[in-house]
Design a protein around this ligand. Structure first.
Ligand SMILES: NC(=O)c1ccc[n+]([C@@H]2O[C@H](COP(=O)([O-])OP(=O)(O)OC[C@H]3O[C@@H](n4cnc5c(N)ncnc54)[C@H](O)[C@@H]3O)[C@@H](O)[C@H]2O)c1
Length: 300
């Protein structure tokens, strides 16, 4: 099996609930020993216990992701428990949604600290360990459609998640020589996190009751259960997945996708450069055909 993880060690932050928990269970089922981090002890321990009850290997570690110390503690706990680290998934996240003119600096800082500083500090701690061990590895970051496209009411979150995608692109270049693959998952799942998004709360409640998820959600929005996202981490941790680097890969419900990286959509050249007037003419004469859309398609 090209996606067997036997003998490998995977660390996942925020693995007490939602996508992180489902990914931890899936990696363990594929044969990996799993370091289960979460800020909340009870849910971290519950995930690790469920893995052990199913015959797998897991250890819980409690820590609030965001600082270099918290990131180092995850790596150290994985090494202490299992002696190596092959894959690190920086998944921990929070939402504090509001439009930009109402976003407090405290909420902005919390979201940026958790998602962006968390991805940076965790990725750096993991890369330093993997470089020193010399056996390659995988760093998996978690971006979002909001980060790729922008989303009304998600100022801090979309900024953090766009930056996370940028980290994956840059790190894939910087870590290629060490055989460390870096990718970002762009997941969608009916978890507690999206229950705060208007219109999705009743679908999260229905999914939690075990009711079937309508095709429109699973296919058009890629919204299924956390378990639908989990196989992507198993794949990226595996030998087959480690051949891929620098990508943003979408998964959720019935959808699997490769996200385009930003690229120039329309270009005009003018020897000697541009004036405001010639920019206005170039826009009217052709560049406006390349005007880009924003926002998440199909959400409303
Ligand atoms: N659910 C989606 O549709 C969706 C879409 C795009 C991106 N994401 C991303 O996927 C990741 C997981 O989201 P989810 O939907 O499973 O959310 P969730 O709320 O179900 O689970 C998140 C977990 O992270 C933990 N956590 C929060 N802050 C932490 C911190 N500082 N340190 C350690 N643990 C912390 C929470 O306790 C919780 O157990 C997040 O990065 C989120 O932004 C989710």
């Amino acid at each position: 099996m090209q996606t067997d993880l036997t003998g490998q060690v995977v660390a996942i932050t925020g693995a007490g609930r939602g996508i992180g928990r489902a990914a931890a269970l899936a990696c363990a089922a594929a044969g990996a020993a799993v370091l289960v981090n979460d800020a909340e002890a009870e849910v971290a321990e519950a995930t690790a216990q469920d893995i052990r009850d199913a015959g797998g290997k897991a250890v819980a570690q409690v820590g609030h992701i965001g600082s270099p110390e918290a990131a180092a503690a995850v790596v150290d706990a994985a090494l202490e428990a299992f002696g190596r680290l092959d894959t690190f998934c920086a998944n921990a996240g929070v939402l504090r949604d509001s439009v930009m003119w109402k976003t407090s600096v405290a909420d902005f800082d919390l979201v940026i600290d958790t998602h962006l500083r968390g991805a940076f500090t965790c990725g750096q701690a993991a890369a330093r360990q993997m470089k020193a061990a010399g056996a390659g590895g995988a760093i998996v970051l978690v971006s979002s459609v909001a980060g790729q496209r922008g989303n009304f009411g998600q100022t801090a979150y979309s900024a953090a998640k766009a930056a996370v995608a940028a980290l994956a692109r840059t790190w894939s270049m910087e870590l290629a020589r060490d055989g460390i693959a870096v990718n970002a998952i762009v997941p969608t799942a009916l978890t507690r996190m999206v229950a705060t998004i208007p219109g999705l709360d009743e679908h999260v409640a229905a999914a939690e009751r075990g009711e079937p998820i309508p095709d429109r959600l699973r296919q058009d929005l890629g919204l299924g259960r956390a378990e639908d996202v989990a196989p992507m981490l198993v794949f990226l941790a595996s030998e087959a997945g480690r051949a891929i680097t620098g990508q943003c890969l979408g998964i959720g419900g019935d959808r699997l996708s490769v996200w385009a990286h930003p690229a120039e959509a329309g270009v005009a050249l003018r020897p000697g450069g541009w004036t405001a007037e010639t920019i206005a003419e170039a826009w009217a004469d052709g560049l406006k055909a390349h005007n880009q859309s924003v926002g998440i398609p199909n959400l409303t």
